[in-house]
Design a binder for this molecule. Structure first.
Ligand code: GLA
Length: 757
């Protein structure tokens, strides 16, 4: 719900459990008052004007030394006035100065959710269209149209630049989205040197910030930082969001746990360079900014032009990380992920990468398809190596022409042969990459990102295509379309196997080179949008050396993302644990692979590998023809239970019971008999009639402790039957007293099925 006070100065956004409030003050500055648990009334009482010394005052405040942007909480802070914290906007004028003074200009609102041109954005049942400038003082939530939009326009009088602050309010979901549009209505060009989509100021309080850091094959590991004086920042300059830092962070009150404390989830819906800063200032106030672009970003905004900064999704929980997670999971599943596969059961797939790497031919693929069919899988995915001259990773990228010699047939025939076995067929592409040893590179060496006169950096022997150029995007689109139009392909794995470097685009003048990395992402989104529109039934799985571009922006185009190139079940527990805070189970590509594991050499039981992988969009990444009959029987069983439990795991609520990373984010252990070597999680149906409890031992010790689990989210008053134990227990006992686990050796695990009786 959006409420505007009668004097049109107090602006309140409300969701089921949260309130977000702003105020246009006497000078026209837009102050941020409050974001947290539901309140009524005017939070302006939190604004306490004081003469703080050495704090500058806007000219029109006259002799009032108590009014200063040095300490007032801002809704969208700018560099160049008297706000010396990390600011959201840095704008350079034609005369070289950084002056910018944003004051309230106008506001309008609409039912439905705003969209962003050329960028992903969350959506509601209806788009925002009938914008009104309010005389009516409130816009009410209506069920069919589950969101509302607000646009507050601020204006810098001298340059003529206008900044639209866009807000989407999803009442039931407890989500508020923000985005920013900057329009140059003046006559001179300006340069945007730094644009955040979000500025979030807290007037007081002590906060922890959890970030998700990592590296290739160990992505999204949570780390909680107590914020103190100074600036804490993360980001990416790699051109993708990166394995190293995810564009999702959580801010929480001190000592928040899975079950208690105020938490804020903040997703940047973007897939390229980004920045995030969290600063505690001189007065112990906290400011968080987040947006696209690194320190080299610089965007020339000529008269009449508009720049749009990507969306940020803010979710709130008054009751700890579990509630936050479930609100986020529901929101992403409902309002970010699109397309025919949004609600359909995702196919259980067999991917040939770890089975064959580049070493396959038509016969090998036929035998994999036969096994996949016999074992009850739904989809065969042909990974890297089917095109151009691609016998290894040194050549062929950019030449998306079927290697019929290797396959022994056309792609259409191969897809048909797979379909004839009752399986869907899927194909790998790496559309953004180019090998120097390729026909495309020989014909168009300038299509690669390179700086004139300098040798480019190679990574995995390849270069990156300049997707900021339309003709480059078109060239790849034409090639992909040719393949997709001539073979029955149901799934595409969209890979991207290196970071960007050598940022220079031949198509842009010198004073626009600071735009290349963002224009690259816009080109990427354009191609993904074409793919989605032209092939609405195609399931696209994102990938970037596993989880190097795992973000809400990609999820708008690719409903699932290969979570990590690391398929080791024990390492995956950590990776999937971290990923679960910000991303739903449906988004997490997760496969059972062979042992010894190709990344770690570890041997884990087949059953455990199934338990871990089924907490994701599930499949196999091995050669089933090499498996024993017993293992094949296990595959059949795993697929059967995955499908039976699908609604529960993909639509139910998710709870982390015991962290694979020691204490995890909790200050108090959730698992009684808590130890470092147990990982456990739980799904509960929305109706609370069914639940799944999975647990895996990540290590073994002599004379082991008995492990207990306290379950979560069950119907307090009910009795549940645990199928595997053939026993009935009251929910209150399972949730408060806990239940002992059977003795398990290292790497052993299991799943229990609970049914309310
Ligand atoms: C990346 C992906 C893998 C596989 C290879 C193929 O590493 O993450 O899953 O597709 O590329 O080259």
């Amino acid at each position: 719900m959006i409420r505007i006070s009668e004097d049109q100065k107090l602006i309140t956004l409300e969701t089921l459990h949260s309130t977000y409030q702003m105020k246009i003050d006497q000078y026209g500055f837009l102050l941020h008052l409050y974001y947290g648990s539901k309140i009524s009334g005017d939070a302006s009482i939190l604004i306490v004007p004081r003469d703080h010394g050495f704090s500058g005052n806007p000219y029109d405040a006259g002799n009032d030394r108590t009014y200063s942007l040095d300490h007032l909480p801002q809704e969208y802070s700018v560099y160049g006035g008297a706000d010396y914290r990390s600011t959201a906007l840095e704008m350079k004028n034609e005369d070289g100065s950084y002056g910018c003074d944003l004051r309230f200009h106008s506001l309008k609102m609409s039912e439905g959710k705003y969209a962003l041109e050329g960028l992903p954005a969350s959506y509601a049942a209806n788009p925002a269209k009938d914008w009104i400038s309010p005389h009516a003082s409130s816009l009410c939530f209506s069920k069919e149209d589950n969101a509302e939009s607000l646009c507050i326009t601020l204006r810098d009088k001298v340059s003529g630049v206008e900044v639209d602050l866009l807000y989407g309010v999803f009442y039931e979901e407890d989500v508020i989205t923000r985005a920013v549009r900057i329009r140059n209505n003046g006559s001179d060009p300006v340069r945007l040197e730094h644009v955040s989509s979000l500025n979030l100021d807290y007037s007081y309080g002590a906060y922890d910030l959890t970030i998700f850091h990592g590296r290739h094959v160990m992505e999204r590991l949570p780390q909680k930082h107590a914020l103190g004086h100074g600036i804490f920042s993360i980001g990416s300059s790699r051109g993708t969001t990166s394995h190293q830092y995810n564009p999702f962070v959580m801010l929480s009150t001190k000592n928040a746990t899975e079950d208690a404390g105020e938490c804020y989830g903040i997703h940047l819906m973007y897939s390229g360079n980004f920045h995030m800063t969290a600063e505690m200032d001189q007065f112990k106030q906290t400011r968080l900014t987040m947006g696209a672009g690194d320190s080299t970003f610089s965007w020339k905004l000529s008269a009449g032009e508009t720049f749009t900064a990507p969306e940020v999704i803010l979710s709130y929980s008054e009751a700890g990380f579990s509630t936050l997670t479930n609100r986020i999971h529901n929101f992403i599943n409902k309002s970010v992920i699109r397309g025919g596969w949004k609600t359909k059961m995702r196919p259980v797939l067999l991917n040939n990468w770890e089975a064959t790497y580049f070493d396959f031919n038509g016969d090998k693929l036929s035998s994999l398809a036969d096994s996949a069919r016999d074992l009850g899988m739904d989809l065969l995915v042909l990974d890297d190596g089917w095109f151009g001259k691609r016998e290894g990773d040194t050549s062929g990228l950019g030449d998306w022409k079927v290697n019929t010699d290797k396959l022994g047939c056309s792609m259409g025939e191969l897809a048909k042969a797979v379909n004839d076995r009752g399986l869907l067929f899927g194909l790998w592409f790496e559309p953004e990459a180019i090998s120097e040893d390729s026909d495309l590179y020989r014909a168009h060496p300038d299509y690669a990102l390179k700086i004139h006169g300098r040798d480019p950096v190679r990574s995995r022997f390849q270069l990156v295509l300049d997707f900021s150029r339309k003709e480059v995007v078109d060239c790849i689109w034409e090639q992909m379309k040719e393949i997709l139009d001539n073979a029955h392909i149901s799934y595409v794995k969209w890979d991207m196997n290196r970071s960007l470097s050598d940022l220079y685009s031949k198509a842009l003048p010198a004073d626009r080179q600071g735009e290349v990395s963002h224009r690259y992402v816009l080109g990427l989104y354009e191609l993904l949008e074409r793919l989605n529109r032209t092939y609405p039934d195609l399931l696209i799985e994102g990938c970037s050396g596993g989880g190097g571009r795992f973000d809400a922006g990609m999820l708008y185009y690719t409903p699932q993302i290969w979570c990590s190139d690391n398929t080791d079940a024990i390492n995956r527990l950590e990776i999937q644990y971290g990923t679960s805070f910000g991303y739903p189970i449906s988004a997490v590509g997760s496969h059972v692979s062979a042992v010894p594991n190709h990344q770690t050499g570890r041997i884990t039981p087949f059953h455990t590998r199934g338990v871990v992988a089924s907490a994701g969009s599930f499949g196999y990444e091995l050669d089933p023809t090499l498996l024993s009959d017993e293992e094949k029987a296990q595959i059949r069983e795993q697929i059967k239970s995955f499908k039976q439990d699908y609604a529960l795991s993909h639509e139910g609520d998710y709870f982390r019971l015991a962290s694979p990373m020691g204490q995890g984010l909790d200050c108090l252990p959730n698992a009684l008999g808590y130890d470092d070597d147990l990982s456990a999680w739980q799904f509960v149906s929305k109706e609370q009639d069914r639940a799944l409890v999975s647990f895996v031992m990540t290590d073994a010790k002599g004379n082991p402790l008995t492990r207990f689990l306290r379950l979560k989210g069950l119907d307090q008053e009910a009795i549940y039957h645990i199928e595997e134990l053939d026993a009935d227990y009251p929910a209150s006992l399972l949730m408060n007293a806990g239940i002992p686990l059977p003795f398990l050796g290292a790497y052993e695990g299991d799943t229990w099925h609970l049914q309310r009786i």
